[in-house]
Design a protein around this ligand. Structure first.
Ligand SMILES: Cc1ncc(COP(=O)(O)O)c(C=O)c1O
Length: 399
């Protein structure tokens, strides 16, 4: 099918919920994807952060092929060999003390589970979230997502929610009370435009949670799995969560998410409290196991750290060279370039030059490339950005 026909068919039938790029991707490998016309792109969007081990990673492809011919579905009420191995592998890369795992299918689902778990474990109702937070779009997760544009059309949502400014430990201390079940926070905010937690912030939340007897949840859905140069972004600090949400890259592209908690907290759940038909299905678990093996075998955390430093230097150079760039932020291969204007033109022009970029809000370019991206691909992406920013500088000087 040619590109125009694919686009027309999707437009006709798919619910109009996505901001679409005019690209019909039909093939991928590593950090590259190809459209239906055979045009090649470097993927700095990385499937919105999902393609951590690269598109069609060979470990994942092999594992899925092999598992598909053995057993595709196996409800959680039965035991399964590949699920058991995946759980063991996930526990082995989890922060110390987090040993019990709930398996789901998406990020928002993991967050729903974490909210219910916190309520059940504490017997309290209130959740404290932060300004700029993004935790998903199902009703519970949406209630603790900051942007009113996402929330207001669907209100009323959960009522026992309070937002505190991201990065402000003092305000969190004043707000958390004996009614608070949990504080939930992204160690590096993603959707708000890549904002790392200020130094000491996560530690201060840990202290508050200990004092007030509530649960501390780290949402590592975008920042986790080696992306920032450590397996989990909060490991750049000394703070430890009671509960952690993981999704996106966990299944190497397959729908798979996890809530990982201390044994004590997870013991609040009893059979029937929270289940999902597809949670922990063997095909996703096989993909997840292959993903974890690849992350370890090729030390992608180290790779993200090294390449992230190079890319950060390149972005800093762009900031020095172009007036339209306001700021560079991030860690590892979770980076952002904040501009002084709307990035829509840049996104579309980059596509023409074979580079897929991601945005945050109106004026931020966000980079979540596969961690297997090569140095040459990063350099090429930066060169294209340099050209596009120079054009923007010129056109803004003229107007
Ligand atoms: C930090 C964070 N939490 C939760 C979610 C929701 O995940 P999903 O889109 O898989 O429901 C996202 C998605 O971008 C995210 O970045």
């Amino acid at each position: 099918m040619d590109e125009a026909s694919i686009i027309a068919k999707e437009e006709r039938y798919l619910a109009p919920v996505f901001q679409k790029y005019p690209v019909a991707a039909i093939k991928g490998e590593g950090a590259k994807i190809w459209d239906a016309n055979g045009k090649e792109y470097i993927d700095f969007m990385g499937g919105y952060g999902v393609a951590i081990v690269g598109h069609c990673n060979p470990y994942v492809v092999e594992a899925v092929k092999s598992q598909a011919s053995k057993l595709i579905t196996c409800h959680g009420s039965l035991y399964n060999d590949v699920r058991a191995d995946f759980l063991e592998a996930l526990a082995s890369i989890s922060p110390e003390g987090l040993t019990k795992i709930y398996l789901g299918n998406s990020g928002a689902e993991a967050v729903e589970c974490a909210i219910k778990l916190a309520r059940k474990a504490t017997g309290r109702r209130e959740i404290i979230a932060t300004s700029g937070a993004f935790h998903g779009k199902t009703l519970g997760a949406l209630s603790i997502t900051w942007n009113p544009k996402y929330r207001s059309p669907f209100e009323p949502l959960l009522t026992d929610v309070k937002f505190v400014p991201y990065g402000d430990g003092q305000k969190a201390h004043e707000t958390v009370s004996d009614k608070t079940a949990a504080i939930i926070v992204e160690p590096i905010q993603g959707e708000s435009g890549i904002h790392p937690a200020p130094e000491g912030y996560l530690e201060s939340l840990r202290k508050i949670a200990n004092e007030k007897g509530c649960i501390l949840i780290f949402d590592e859905i975008q920042s986790g799995l080696a992306r920032t140069g450590k397996m989990w972004a909060h490991q750049h600090t000394s703070a430890k969560p009671d509960v952690m949400c993981v999704a996106k890259g966990l299944g190497g592209g397959f729908p798979l998410s996890a809530v990982i908690a201390t044994e004590n907290v997870m013991s609040a759940f009893k059979p029937g409290d929270h289940t999902s038909t597809f949670g922990g299905n063997p095909l996703s678990c096989a993909a997840g196991l292959a993903t974890i093996r690849y992350l370890r075998d090729f030390d992608l955390a180290k790779r993200a750290e090294t390449l992230g430093k190079k890319m950060m230097e390149g972005l800093e150079e762009l900031r020095e060279r172009h007036k339209v760039v306001r700021e560079v932020r991030g860690r590892g291969l979770m980076l952002a370039l904040e501009l002084r204007f709307d990035v829509k033109n840049i996104l579309l022009s980059a596509l023409k030059k074979g580079v897929i970029l991601l945005y945050s809000g109106k004026n931020i370019l966000r980079f979540l490339p596969p961690l297997v991206i090569s140095e040459e691909e990063i350099e090429h992406g930066l060169m294209v950005l340099d050209e596009l920013l120079a054009e923007e500088d010129r056109s803004r000087l003229q107007s």
